[in-house]
Design a protein around this ligand. Sequence first.
Ligand SMILES: NC(=O)c1ccc[n+]([C@@H]2O[C@H](COP(=O)([O-])OP(=O)(O)OC[C@H]3O[C@@H](n4cnc5c(N)ncnc54)[C@H](O)[C@@H]3O)[C@@H](O)[C@H]2O)c1
Ligand SMILES: [Zn+2]
Length: 372
Amino acid sequence: MNTGKLTVGLGARAYDIHIGPDILEQTGALLSPLLSRPRTVIITDENVTAAQGDRLKAGLLAADIDFDIIVLPPGEQTKSFAQLQHVTERLLETGVERTDTIIAFGGGVIGDLVGLAAALLRRGCRFAQIPTSLLAQVDSAVGGKTAINSVHGKNLVGAFHQPCIVLADTRALETLPARQMRAGYAEIVKYGLIGDADFFGWLERNGAALLSQGGGPKRAHAVKTSCQAKARLVEQDEREQGVRALLNFGHTFGHALEAVYGYCDTLLHGEAVAAGMALAFDYSVHQGLCPPQDAARVKAHLAASGLPVNISGLPPSEALNADHLIALMMQDKKVEQGRITLILAEAIGKSVIVKDASIDSLKSFLRETTAS
Ligand SMILES: NC(=O)c1ccc[n+]([C@@H]2O[C@H](COP(=O)([O-])OP(=O)(O)OC[C@H]3O[C@@H](n4cnc5c(N)ncnc54)[C@H](O)[C@@H]3O)[C@@H](O)[C@H]2O)c1
Ligand SMILES: [Zn+2]
């Protein structure tokens, strides 16, 4: 199967996710029923508009939808107060009304920023997610988390605001740089690891083809399976009070690693998540929760996909030591009275939320790991 439609069942906030190779050309037809008048505003970044902008514009014009376009600089720095102000003022200048729908066209940076702008604009207008990176298609475009960064940390200023539709065009991935593809792939592997051992087995057999040129149909299957898994968790727990936390598998370790490098291109989010998932498996083995052969299998697949699986495989940095990593993990919002909530693994496809992991045992594990 290489095209498909899913629904995120959130009652009054329910929306569809369309996945396939020619979705951009169909944007106007898919969006029209949701528009109060035939106009919209596209917010995108310079890379995405250069690589895929013409396809989206043609898709809108085919349905006689008029549009303005706001192009922002690419990169994580765009998730800032300055760009949020710029975007909202520009949107108001274009005459956006409360019942209009705006379009986030890009990777997770654009999706997160535009989602927040939509939540704020006239106290909330609708927005469509048109994710163009693999990470955005399988993760950030679904679920309604929006945010910008603060000087105090990543994603600290945000809102829950669900999109009104998600359009994932898998052909758009053909212009995504290979390293960004691999980083997005780490989040796909995550869905297998947290709850779907069969999907992980499929990825072991098909991951290399999916990452290579011509992997289109396999990409569509992986995007669909990932969105389905995320949608089911979001439906059960929209505001992350319980099971949605499973999506953070590998992320407590991963966020600490990202912070070591200052959230820059030295280590991409997906790369940090890959190393973080490997560490989560190793720590689960260390705690006697998980058989060592499962951890070995996970690391073999991530490594074969060109992703880091241990601390020694990361770019050198003085800040990459156990004490500093622990200090960074302690800043996690899930720390209470010397205990930390971690998502650990009992096996491939079987993750658990451990609410009272001991900081001391984590420290000794990280000391052993960083020393080896
Ligand atoms: N809201 C959520 O639930 C959630 C979940 C995960 C990650 N995120 C956020 O997502 C962001 C990372 O997203 P990302 O990895 O997509 O990064 P990104 O948006 O920076 O995109 C990566 C790079 O690829 C380029 N690009 C994107 N699509 C392209 C295409 N089709 N062709 C050519 N170039 C293309 C972009 O211009 C950029 O340079 C982070 O800020 C992270 O916090 C949010
Ligand atoms: Zn992630």
